[in-house]
Design a protein around this ligand. Structure first.
Ligand SMILES: [Zn+2]
Length: 545
């Protein structure tokens, strides 16, 4: 096929075409014009910002047959050879696949020999940080005293992994991630030349999604062109971004906020129907949680950067800051464990169900919802069961003061509900209350039971006094609190939460097992070549190199 992907076709061929890296280009051009050359150059920056592109232009600048120049001619054999990747004196090494010391030695053995046709023999190491320690040691000797006909160009996304001995022998250039406007402007230049019609909003959406990487932006445009049949309308691009697991993630977050397991499993189903890549979906989920976390802290700034402000605001409202933090952590762990999961699908489902099952400690842990400020009956504290949690997808913000109403504590259930939802309890007193089971109430006298094995510090006198004061305040009557040590028939809040979480995890596992077996059978069946209905997914989940 003669179609050239845009990222390759529009790769800058000289320094003037490089976008967004003026500081690097200026310094390099200046030193080339004055022939003040270094023997080792290191280019750092995130993926897709142009590290190897600039290194290749530098290779041309050094070997152009017109002479060392900041403006290589792009006509001579050296220039065209570099552009086509066939120039014999430019040795490109993907360090990620040649990490071993033997590989490095084999390469360096050739260093002493003169270049074949050019002025310099140029080694370009991509992802240099991937070399092993031994490889770096072998490399270091050459780097200390290189022959004058050799230049080393290195690129890395992770300069911190380079030994300081190597770093100190390079001249270093830090490439920055491009901002959305720069990428947008560049796309607006390229698309008319490609004969592609577009709406500005579509370009903005793509520029935002590419997160500073011109290469990613062009790769998304490539996909969008074939998806939208050459007309990049806002609607088409949004549709496509939806297919790149973007919308699934928001739907998942909304379903999580509502603790709706059915919905979550349905969404996972859809993702599989469309062959969404699970690992990148999990990455997207983490990105969105990160963005939501930022939004909680600095809403205005984050809103100015995102595409769908309304949706962000809704999600931010539906999830508490603590939930966002917890989900992020669970997601990170899940990503780490994904490889070990029986299938990626099971891995993803378990991550999502874990998010649904566990609650941040500072919130009501599933026994009752925190008193809703809008409800006005004055008895909301005593409702039990997780139904309350489910009926109220937006947990009340923890910044709001508790309603000043008296509550009743005369039964074990009311005690549980109070400890779970009270915002007056904190620190040691809360720990103490969580361990205590309700025994009885007689007039203003409340008896609580603390297990024998409770640490002595929890039943310290000031803890008891503090709890007694808090109880008096919430009940609206001077309470006399007495503590008995021993066992109780009633659950303490701690027992209750532990039991509830165990139960939820068991349920989740059961649900997955029931779902998974028929799925696997169906997959087996679909894989049979005799079935007419087989249609292979032709969309490849939008992974970009
Ligand atoms: Zn040239």
């Amino acid at each position: 096929m003669s179609y050239l992907v845009l990222a390759r076709k529009w790769r800058p061929r000289n320094f003037e075409e490089v976008v967004g890296q003026d500081h690097v280009v200026r310094t390099l051009s200046h030193s080339l014009d004055n022939e003040r050359l270094h023997h080792a150059y290191l280019f750092t920056g995130t993926r897709g910002v142009g590290k190897t592109t600039i290194a290749r232009i530098l290779a041309k600048a050094l070997n152009c047959e017109q002479g060392i120049t900041a403006k290589p001619c792009n006509q001579c054999d050296a220039c065209t050879g570099v552009d086509q990747g066939s120039y014999i004196d430019l040795i490109e090494v993907d360090a990620a696949s040649k990490t071993k010391v033997e590989d490095t030695r084999a390469l360096l053995d050739n260093v002493p020999y003169q270049p074949t046709s050019g002025r310099f023999k140029i080694y370009l190491f991509d992802e240099i940080h991937m070399l092993s320690g031994h490889s770096f040691n072998a490399f270091l000797k050459t780097l200390e005293e290189p022959p004058s006909h050799v230049k080393f160009l290195m690129a890395t996304t992770d300069p911190q992994k380079l030994p300081i001995t190597v770093l100190s022998r390079c001249i270093q250039f830090n490439l920055r991630a491009m901002d959305t406007e720069e990428i947008g402007r560049q796309l607006t230049t390229i698309l008319p030349e490609e004969g592609v019609a577009f709406e500005p909003a579509a370009i903005n959406a793509i520029a935002r999604l590419s997160q500073g990487s011109m290469r990613d932006a062009l790769s998304i445009v490539d996909q969008a062109i074939s998806f939208a049949e050459g007309n990049l309308s806002e609607a088409a691009v949004r549709d496509m971004l939806g297919m790149l697991s973007y919308d699934y993630i928001s739907s998942i977050l909304f379903a999580l906020a509502e603790r709706n397991a059915d919905e979550i499993l349905k969404i996972v189903d859809k993702m599989f129907e469309r062959s969404v890549n699970i690992e990148s979906a999990l990455d997207d989920l983490l990105l969105q949680l990160h963005q939501l976390g930022l939004h909680k802290a600095a809403p205005k700034i984050v809103e100015s950067r995102v595409d769908n402000v309304e949706q962000l605001q809704q999600l931010s409202k539906a999830l508490s800051a603590e939930e966002i933090q917890l989900y992020y952590q669970i997601g990170l762990l899940g990503k780490r464990d994904l490889e070990q999961a029986p299938t990626p699908r099971i891995g993803l489902e378990m991550v999502l169900l874990r998010m649904m099952t566990f609650h941040p400690e500072s919130q009501s842990a599933g026994i009752t919802s925190a008193p809703a400020p809008a409800a006005g009956t004055g008895t909301e504290h005593a409702t039990s069961g997780s139904a309350a949690r489910r009926a109220q997808p937006q947990p009340a913000s923890s910044a709001e003061p508790p309603p000043a109403r008296n509550i009743n504590i005369s039964t074990a259930e009311e005690w549980l509900a109070f400890v779970q939802s009270s915002r007056s309890l904190s620190g040691m007193v809360k720990q103490f209350a969580n361990m205590a089971s309700f025994e009885s109430r007689d007039g203003n006298k409340i008896v609580l039971v603390i297990p024998d094995n409770a640490p002595p510090s929890t039943t310290r006198k000031d803890n008891v006094t503090n709890l007694q004061n808090i109880l008096s305040k919430v009940v609206g009557q001077e309470i006399e609190l007495s503590i008995r040590k021993g066992s109780s028939d009633n659950s303490s809040p701690n027992d209750y939460v532990a039991r509830k979480q165990r139960h939820a995890v068991e349920q989740a596992i059961e649900q997955i097992e029931q779902e998974e077996i028929p799925k696997m059978l169906r997959q087996e069946f679909d894989a049979s070549p005799d079935t007419d209905s087989i249609r292979l997914p032709n969309h490849n989940s939008g992974q970009t190199g």
